[in-house]
Design a protein around this ligand. Structure first.
Ligand code: HEC
Ligand code: HEC
Ligand code: HEC
Ligand code: HEC
Ligand code: HEC
Length: 176
């Protein structure tokens, strides 16, 4: 936490928030960065395979123009795979979830802490950024990992470069 940020926070009267955030910042400093290993998922799924079939991102992430992109669930997969042989090993985990009526607990790859606000709509529509800028070449990946930074620095660097606001309250809701 540098002095400029401290002052900015105090001026905005976000002292409660600041105390909380400082604790988080300290906690973060003590952990080493994650190695770029693919995130393991409970159901077999390959972005590359589906991109090769010509599927657009919004076929499965229809909310890409909304605040959340969203992640498909069992029923969404079954729209295309209902007729599959459930004993096919590639589809076994999907059909196990379907039979048990169990939602797929996808492990999240890109997730911000709850104190930071982000909207896909503002970026996809207003800023005309494509998915790759923040998520890398997803269409050529079997499994995903966090290969692009979504740290505060990454956000602020681009905001500065594109003359977007860097006001704390754009991304953080202060307590008063
Ligand atoms: C818009 C249609 C569509 C949706 C939605 C879809 N798939 Fe597919 N998927 C396909 C097609 C077409 C293939 C290639 C033909 C096939 O193997 O059935 C495929 C192939 C696969 C394969 C086989 C990969 C391989 O090695 O051949 C798996 C596993 C799979 N999909 C899982 C899923 C899961 C899990 C979901 C939901 C998160 C999903 N799919 C959503 C159309 C879709
Ligand atoms: C056939 C469906 C399908 C298509 C098409 C698809 N995705 Fe996905 N996407 C998924 C599923 C299922 C997951 C959850 C499993 C995973 O992370 O691989 C996911 C996860 C993601 C994630 C990680 C989300 C997180 O934070 O956990 C990103 C980023 C993403 N997709 C981007 C894209 C982009 C960009 C495209 C277009 C190039 C795309 N997806 C096309 C189904 C799809
Ligand atoms: C400016 C950077 C940026 C761009 C551009 C971007 N994303 Fe994201 N994406 C993020 C961030 C940050 C998160 C985490 C959001 C959170 O946790 O609140 C995220 C989360 C996701 C998720 C997880 C589910 C969700 O909605 O939180 C998916 C899926 C995803 N993005 C897909 C896409 C797709 C598809 C595109 C292109 C249409 C795209 N993203 C463009 C930054 C971006
Ligand atoms: C690739 C460049 C880029 C990156 C990376 C980026 N932004 Fe932005 N962001 C923009 C631009 C440009 C705008 C202004 C869009 C406009 O003119 O409405 C914007 C606008 C916003 C807004 C205002 C939304 C609204 O409704 O007015 C928020 C909040 C925001 N960004 C948060 C974030 C966060 C949080 C991150 C990091 C996880 C991030 N941004 C990463 C370029 C970026
Ligand atoms: C463009 C968006 C954006 C702006 C503007 C922004 N932040 Fe952040 N900030 C974030 C994101 C995203 C995180 C979470 C990063 C993470 O943990 O992955 C964060 C995290 C933090 C943290 C937690 C510690 C850390 O560094 O991760 C503090 C404290 C903080 N911000 C304070 C501020 C203050 C003070 C300002 C104004 C000077 C500000 N932020 C402006 C996006 C922003």
């Amino acid at each position: 936490m540098n002095e400029t940020r401290l002052i900015a926070c105090t001026i905005l009267g976000g002292t409660l928030l600041l105390a909380g955030l400082q604790a988080i910042a300290q906690e973060k400093d003590s952990t080493s960065p994650q190695p770029p290993e693919p995130v393991q998922q409970p159901v077999e799924f390959s972005h590359r395979r589906h991109a090769e079939l010509g599927l657009e991102c919004n076929a499965c992430h229809p909310g890409g123009d909304g605040e959340r992109a969203g992640i498909p669930q069992t029923a969404d997969c079954l729209k295309c795979h209902e007729d599959r042989d459930p004993s096919n090993p590639a589809f076994r985990s999907l059909f196990e979830h379907a039979q048990a009526k169990k939602p797929i607990a996808w492990s999240r790859v890109y997730q911000l802490p709850s104190f930071a606000f982000f909207s896909h709509k503002a970026h996809a529509a207003a800023a005309k950024e494509d998915c790759q800028t923040c998520h890398g070449p997803v269409a050529s990946r079997e499994l995903l990992w966090k290969e692009r930074e979504i740290s505060m620095k990454a956000c602020v660097d681009c905001h500065k470069a594109s003359q977007a606001s860097v006001s704390c309250t754009l991304c953080h809701e202060l307590n008063q």
